[in-house]
Ligand binder design. Structure first.
Ligand code: FAD
Length: 389
């Protein structure tokens, strides 16, 4: 078969590219390794920042995608049991994001794409792009029945996440890779227990913990732990005990623990985010530490840049925006990389003095205090939370 754009991966990045292309009548086929049920159940992010929300507003997709998603304006920061509310929306002239669990967004993106006649092929195995440095790339894969298929295209969008195949077909000497490992580990749990009133970051001598809502009945928690910590050591009983200590809340309601993971808090960027006719989008090109809540939002921002650039190339014969794709995206990526690190360092170093030592503990607490005492510092923080335009 042939199409204009092959999109590899039906995560937030791939589905956003596909829906935006569809809006302007550009043909594309989405190839996804997993089945629909699996993709729609994957619970990860929970906050759409203002910049990402605007991508869908500009495309006229907000009614379908964002219906019922409440504004996310404030953040509670609890230091040694003392709470302060950071009113982000007040410092950004109302540019607040939305609380929208990633899997809800993914489900709606799939529905919108399929309802508009979009071609989305789940259970596609052994997907592999070829001839990406030529004029006519093609992608081979095994369809859901195990039959070998070949799709020719003008462009390939590699939206297949950090462990996908797209980045691996680029010759290594064509990419510069930047990596940074954190000095702490992240233990995260998903629970069927009530969400907090506001997204909550808690620092204390017991270590850092965060509590975020994931819809009306679910929560995601993060707890600082030693890097590469043993998952088995985190019994449910220990999880709740540690959370009550770290959040300084004896009455924290518990509930079934649905998922536990020790995650790799890596920072990762490839430059450039393209090679020939292949464009890397979202986690395929970069990973940011989870605390800034930017991973999903960067994926949406990249997708928007790529969809517009593809439109200019396909409809107007102007490939300038495609040539600028990587540089355009990387400005935002590095900005959010810096923000995510800044926030992670502040909450980790400001929690337990043993993490980075007493000197960094004082620096972190001072930084944290500044966002409550300086309007300019508060505006800068709130601006980063909202996402850069
Ligand atoms: P993905 O969502 O990973 O999608 C990639 C898709 O490609 C998947 O559907 C995959 O099945 C498919 N695929 C992979 N390989 C192939 C292949 N070879 N062939 C075909 N298809 C393939 N971000 C935030 O903004 N805020 C948060 O609070 C947040 N919390 C997180 C919590 C956790 C536990 C995790 C793991 C991540 C979190 N993130 C968060 C990050 C966010 O989830 C990712 O940045 C986001 O999913 C990136 O979207 P993507 O479409 O680029 O990649």
């Amino acid at each position: 078969g042939t199409t204009t754009v092959v999109v590899i991966g039906a995560g937030v990045a791939g589905l956003t590219v596909a829906n935006l292309l569809r809006r302007t009548g550009i043909d594309c086929v989405v190839l996804e390794r997993h089945n629909r049920d699996h993709v729609e159940r994957r619970q990860r992010a929970g906050v759409l920042d203002f910049a990402a929300e605007q991508v869908y507003v500009r495309a006229g997709l907000d009614d379908r995608l964002l219906a019922g998603a409440p504004a996310s304006g404030s953040l509670e920061i609890r230091v040694d049991g003392v709470s302060r509310l950071f009113d982000a929306a007040a410092h950004t002239d109302g540019r607040a994001g939305r609380l929208l669990p990633q899997q809800v967004l993914v489900r709606r993106l799939i529905e919108t794409f399929v309802d508009s006649g979009g071609d989305l092929r789940f259970d596609s195995a052994d997907v592999r792009p070829h001839d990406i440095d030529g004029d006519r790339p093609y992608v081979t894969y095994l369809d859901a029945n195990g039959h070998a298929q070949r799709l020719e295209a003008d462009y390939v969008a590699g939206c297949d996440g950090f462990h996908g195949v797209s980045r691996s077909v680029v010759p290594p000497d064509a990419l510069t890779t930047y990596r940074h490992a954190e000095d702490v580990g992240w233990f995260t749990v998903l629970t069927d227990s009530p969400p907090p009133k506001y997204p909550l970051l808690a620092l204390s001598r017991h270590g850092f913990a965060a509590h975020f809502g994931r819809g009306p009945h679910a929560s995601r928690f993060y707890l600082q732990c030693p890097p590469g910590d043993d998952l088995d050591a985190w019994t449910d009983e220990r999880v709740w005990r540690q959370l009550r200590l770290r959040l300084a809340d004896d009455t924290l309601p518990d509930g079934p623990v649905v998922e536990k993971a020790v995650i790799d808090a890596r920072s990762f960027v490839v430059d450039p985010m393209s090679y020939g006719r292949l464009f890397l989008v979202g986690d395929a090109a970069h990973i940011v530490p989870p605390m800034g809540g930017k991973g999903m939002n960067l994926a949406i921002a990249d997708a928007d840049v790529l969809a517009h650039a593809l439109h200019a190339a396909v409809r107007n014969g102007d490939d300038g925006p495609l040539r600028a794709y990587s540089a355009t995206c990387l400005r935002r990526v590095w900005n959010d990389q810096e923000y995510s690190r800044w926030l992670s360092d502040m909450v980790f170093h400001g929690a337990d003095q043993s993490t980075a030592g007493p000197f960094h503990w004082h620096l972190a607490r001072s930084r944290l205090d500044r966002i409550f005492t300086s309007t300019n510092a508060a505006r800068a923080f709130a601006d980063l939370m909202a996402g850069t335009a």
